[in-house]
Each structure stands twice: as C-alpha cells, then as structure tokens.
Design a protein around this ligand. Structure first.
Ligand code: PLP
Length: 281
C-alpha cells in the first residue's frame, strides 16, 4: 500500500485529496521541492530545505511546518512506503479559498502534500553510462524561474517534445539564443580548453541544488567554472555536455538536436563529476 501525507495526516495514496478550490490547482499558486533518497538518506537535505524557504518567502506563503517537523513527516512517509532509494516530493500551496486572483485572507492555511516513490538508480546509472540525447526548444516560461513553483506547463510541453523527438531532455533557449536550462535539469558544457560553463544563477533558471554541489565537486577535481550563457551552437561544438538534477545527479549529454557531441560517448569530466558527486553524498 502507498501512503501520502496531506494537511497533517497520512492517507492511502489512492484516497489522498485536496479541495477543488485549492489555489495550487486553480492558479499554480504553490511551490514544491524534491529530494533524492539514497540508502534511506535525503541527499543535499540542507540545500533543498533552504530553497523551499526561499520559494515560500518569494511568494509570501507562510511556512506550514518547521524543518524538524518536516523531517519527521518525511521519515515516517519513507517508512510507511518502504522507500530506501527514490525521491520525496513536497508541495505547499497558498491554501484553499473562494476563487479570486488576489491573495485570500491572511488566516488561510497553506495546503501541504508529501509523497514519495521508488526510483531505479541502476537504470539512471545505465543512462549515464550511455549518455542521453537532448533537443532544444524555445523557452516560453515567465521571468521568475528561480522560484520553484508548480507552474510547469512550458516545462511539460518541452519534455513532451523531447520524448516525441526520441530525446530524454529538452534544453530551453531564450530570446537571445542562449540556453537557459533543461525542462527539469540545469545545463552544462565543457569547452575545448576543459572549462565548465553554465549559465549564472539569475532569475531565468532554477538555482539547482545539484548545480551548487557541482561547484564544490569541481574544486576537488581542480576544474574551473565559467558562469556565462552559451548557445546551442557552442554546445554542439563543445568537448562535453551534461546536465544536473537531484534525481539524475550528473548525466552526460551525447547529442543535441541530433548533432553528435565530440565522439558521441559520455565525456571524462562529466563522468568524473558524477562519481565525485555520488562519493560525496
Ligand atoms: N531546473 C529545473 C527547471 C528543475 O525543475 C530542476 C529540478 O527539478 C533543476 C533545474 C535541477 O535542480 P536540482 O538540482 O535542485 O534538482
């Protein structure tokens, strides 16, 4: 049996529900967070909890639980669902209120939902060993992509386009012709000189917690990072390309828009960074 946590109680997953006038459902007026779970432990717990607070603060949604309370709920959720390797998903909306665009009364209680599921990390390892294909699509999102909101329709459409093109991820390209990030991952390339390049953590990308960890791993490996935008053409001509996220860690990219990167095999730096990330986690 699967269980979900909704507003203070554990429910059977199949019966867990929120109100039809929840503002997450009505307006995407909600934030979320995702932790990877390996051997029963949350990866990068601090970073994800801090980002959750930031997302809530940016949208002025009151924090519904302390971190200590959330940790207890997550531990119980993982125990009930017998998940030792997988992910935890948390969503907090501004709550349930009569439909009106402006914020409801200050006393409105935020809605909190937590679920978890098993992930096949062996399959993710196999994907990383083979490398994945990405396509590029226009970035059609709003101007505050640094806030982790559930407003993911452009990301959904981009990922669907990738799947229909036989690719695993879509890289989003802004009006200036630069890659912002993937539909659910941060985007990186390695120049011919061996420098890592990734877009600065501005308002046009989610400030990935795994991205931040790669900055630490790159120091251990004595690699230099340049934070600047890059184009799909530069990526196609790069020595390596890869992406990062909580559940895919570091995954080498071997083709972009059907153009093979370098020799079509996962790059050595991406592979070393994946290993360093997993060793440090
Ligand atoms: N960019 C987007 C749009 C995402 O949705 C995600 C993860 O969900 C990421 C980047 C990677 O962030 P993280 O490393 O914190 O998982």
């Amino acid at each position: 049996m699967r269980y979900a946590y909704v507003n203070g109680r554990f429910h059977r997953h199949s019966e867990a529900a929120i109100h039809i006038e929840d503002r997450g459902f009505q307006f995407a007026d909600a934030v979320y967070e995702v932790w990877s779970v390996r051997n029963g432990q949350l990866l990068d717990a601090d970073g994800h909890f801090q980002r959750l607070q930031r997302s809530l603060g940016e949208l002025r949604i009151p924090s519904p639980r302390t971190r200590a309370a959330l940790e207890q709920i997550i531990a119980e959720l993982l125990r009930r669902n017998r998940v030792r390797n997988g992910l935890v998903y948390l969503q907090v909306s501004r709550g349930q209120a009569r439909r009106d665009h402006a914020f409801p009364r200050a006393a409105t209680t935020p809605t909190i939902v937590l679920t978890c599921k098993r992930l096949d990390f062996a399959a993710a390892d196999a994907r990383a060993e083979a490398g994945i294909a990405v396509i590029t699509v226009p970035d059609q999102r709003w101007a505050r992509c640094d806030i982790k909101t559930v407003n993911l329709l452009p990301n959904v459409l981009a990922k669907q386009a990738a799947q229909e093109a036989g690719a695993t991820e879509a890289w989003l390209v802004d009006a200036d012709g630069h890659v912002t990030e993937g539909s659910s991952t941060n985007a990186w390339i390695v120049t011919k000189a061996g420098k890592l390049v990734t877009r600065p953590a501005d308002n046009h990308i989610l400030h990935g917690i795994t991205r931040a960890r790669i900055f630490q791993c790159s120091q251990l490996l004595d690699l230099e990072i340049e934070e600047r935008p890059f184009t799909p053409a530069e990526a196609c001509d790069a020595r390596e390309a890869f992406l990062t996220s909580a559940t895919s860690f570091v995954t080498p990219v071997v083709s972009i828009d059907h153009h093979t990167i370098a020799n079509g095999r996962p790059g050595s730096l991406a592979t070393a960074l994946r290993q360093a990330y997993l060793d440090q986690s």
